[in-house]
Design a protein around this ligand. Structure first.
Ligand SMILES: [Ca+2]
Length: 462
């Protein structure tokens, strides 16, 4: 005899069947044939797995990539999710490829910590002194460096992404084919967090200090590998520490009813909480010293597609204290798929989740680190962005005539892009006025007049 099933939210479920109650893998349910009732538990997805739809079935599937982060003062979270604090101030290998597998592109990401934060660089010389403004394309577009939200992002054609908030947060994202091939402060990405304190010689480090020493790649005058200087080591008496642990300070990050509650299952708030208390102690509770940890956790949650409630207030990490350009405004969940000067339009497949940060006001676009009126955008020249009015050496002459692409309809065209000497007309696809990559190599051309006359000529053609 067939057993009776259960009714769940108006639908019939067969006896003994298990299913996910929603598209977020937060609840796994089973129809108990003994009493015809559905029982649900909250498994979430394990580390290294994410909730997604594959072949029309929602479930926990292996992530196609792994993230390592450094934030605050500084706190490391490895690809496998191990967390530790390390305050060395020399230059260290944050992540690198140690496998000799010839099918993998080789790269290293190096970080240097100083009192003000981190500098990120790379042994492959992704960033050189000559580059001053973003975006920049290198190696014929194989490496792109651009602004994404408040972060500078380096993206390569083999799937490596490095993002840096210009202050104290660095994320390194590598695709899953690098699993087990990595080494450095971010660990080996073998889905086992227990072996992540591995030194360059393959042995396990007894402390983060020893780990850092082994991954040091350069010294700078006065740099130290460990927390030797008592003035720069956390020093908190128990009363102070207990104060920082309350919801008025760091406790808010793990408050089950707080702004990050939806994120707790996916990204463990406990290490963030501990980092926060550590930083608050280190800075004697100086206002805002822990805000970077909140900011980094917010970005991590948002990048995982999880909504974070607004937590910045006038008296708690006010947004106005974040570094930001003039003519911009704060958004707790702003689009990072926006247009910046030098990029006529974001990639059509840009489906990144929103991030908190400062966005240029309407009518302004990001030029380097400033928000400028649209007609004061600079241009891309030889794959590098140059600010409007910037004087630089161009290595070729610009004497050819411009050609309008005859295949593009002019209807609703609001902007013009210039690629070399070809103009491409762009439609307004995302609700903001897009702007051309300005024509910048012709000294005698007045950009403002040029754009306006061109756009009005389009309007009159309609
Ligand atoms: Ca590991």
């Amino acid at each position: 005899m067939k057993l009776c099933g259960c009714m769940y939210k108006g639908r019939y479920v067969e006896a003994g069947a298990t299913f996910l109650s929603d598209d977020h893998c937060t609840e796994k349910c089973k129809c108990n044939p003994a009493n015809n009732k559905v029982v649900c538990t909250s498994p979430g997805c394990q580390n290294g797995y994410e909730c997604k739809r594959v072949d029309d079935l929602v479930g926990c599937h292996p992530k196609a990539y792994a993230n390592c982060s450094v934030s605050g003062d500084p706190h490391y979270s490895t690809f496998d999710g191990y967390t530790y604090n390390f305050q060395g101030t020399c230059v260290y290998q944050m992540a690198g490829v140690c496998s000799t597998d010839p099918s993998l592109e080789h790269f290293d990401v190096l970080v240097q910590n100083d009192a003000r934060g981190k500098r990120v660089g790379s042994r492959t010389k992704l960033i050189k002194g000559e580059i001053t403004y973003l975006p920049v394309n290198l190696n014929h577009g194989k490496i792109r460096i651009y602004q994404s939200g408040d972060f500078a992002e380096i993206s390569t054609d083999f799937g490596l992404k490095v993002s840096y908030d210009w202050n104290s947060i660095v994320f390194v994202t590598v695709p899953s084919r690098y699993a087990g091939a990595m080494c450095g402060m971010c660990g080996n990405y073998n889905n086992d967090r227990k072996d992540d304190l591995q030194m360059k010689n393959g042995k396990r480090a007894s402390s983060p200090g020893e780990l850092g020493k082994s991954w040091r790649v350069a010294e700078i005058p006065g740099c130290v590998d460990d927390c030797k200087d008592k003035n720069h080591c956390p020093n908190c008496d128990i009363t102070e520490k207990e104060k920082f642990e309350t919801n008025k300070y760091c406790g808010e990050i793990r408050n089950p009813n707080g702004p990050f509650r939806r994120c707790h299952d996916k990204i463990d708030p406990q290490p963030k909480f501990e980092s926060c208390v550590y930083d608050a102690c280190l800075n004697n509770g100086k206002k805002g010293s822990w805000c970077n940890i909140f900011h980094a956790y917010t970005i991590e949650c948002q990048r995982a597609g999880i909504k974070v409630d607004r937590w910045r207030r006038k008296d708690f990490c006010p947004a106005s204290k974040m570094e930001h350009p003039k003519n911009s405004h704060y958004e707790p969940c702003g689009s990072v798929c926006h247009v910046t000067c030098g990029i006529g339009a974001p990639p059509s497949d840009c489906d990144k989740p929103c991030e908190e940060g400062w966005l240029c006001n309407d009518g302004y676009l990001l030029s380097g680190k400033d928000c400028v009126p649209i007609d004061q955008c600079g241009c891309m020249y030889n794959d590098k962005y140059h600010k409007y009015g910037e004087v630089f050496y161009a290595d070729q002459h610009c004497t050819e005539n411009m050609t309008v692409n005859p295949n593009v309809s002019v209807a609703k065209v609001v902007a013009v892009e210039v690629y070399g000497n070809i103009l491409i007309l762009r439609r307004n696809q995302i609700g903001v006025v897009m702007v051309s990559n300005a024509w910048c190599c012709c000294e005698n051309l007045d950009l403002h007049t040029f754009l306006h006359s061109f756009i009005s000529s389009l309007t009159s053609m309609q």
